[in-house]
Design a protein around this ligand. Structure first.
Ligand code: C5P
Ligand code: MG
Length: 159
């Protein structure tokens, strides 16, 4: 079995006023809108969980945690991520996250001031040092003002 595997995941949500914007397990303060979703709508953790599963061809979170199943509707995204890690562990044994590179496209609010808070949360969930979590923020240049798009790649190393 290979020593290294890459993974890739994406997620997107529509944004509506009056909802919390949660990214990487952090509620972004003073957001004018948040994700329309059954779950907490954390597109960053959903993309991250999909990236983990993809590295070992284990399908995706919609397959393992169907949104139609009431057990999963209320599940916090941190729990979904933990379940994805567990699935990987069961299939291939212990793997370490070498690094994560995530890009978030969002017009408002500015995420730059929250970069370290979000990265610290993700580092805690993945049990890796902060410097292994790279976060890139982009606007859509006004093309998708009511939309958040997340793309995540990561590298995993078998222990
Ligand atoms: O997309 P654009 O190139 O216009 O982004 C300019 C800057 O704004 C970047 O430095 C990026 O980190 C920041 N940004 C941000 N929060 C967003 C979108 C972009 O802090 N939601
Ligand atoms: Mg630009």
């Amino acid at each position: 079995m290979d020593a290294f595997r890459i993974g890739y995941g994406e997620d997107a949500h529509a944004l509506e006023p009056g909802r919390p914007l949660i990214l990487g397990g952090i509620a972004i303060p003073d957001s004018p809108h948040g994700a329309v979703a059954h779950s907490d709508g954390d597109a960053l953790l959903h993309a991250l969980a999909d990236a983990l599963l993809s590295a070992f061809a284990l399908g995706d979170i919609g397959h393992h945690f169907p949104p139609t199943d009431p057990r999963y509707q209320a599940m916090a995204s941190g729990e979904i991520l933990a379940h994805a890690r567990q699935l990987v562990y069961q299939r291939v044994g212990d793997v370490a996250v070498v690094n994560v590179a995530a890009a978030i496209t969002l017009d408002r609010p500015k995420l730059g001031p929250h970069r370290e808070t979000i990265a610290t949360s993700m580092a805690g969930l993945l049990h890796v040092p902060l410097e292994r979590i790279g976060l890139t923020f982009k606007t859509s240049e006004g093309l998708a003002p009511h939309h958040v798009q997340v793309r995540v790649s990561l590298l995993l190393q078998r222990q």
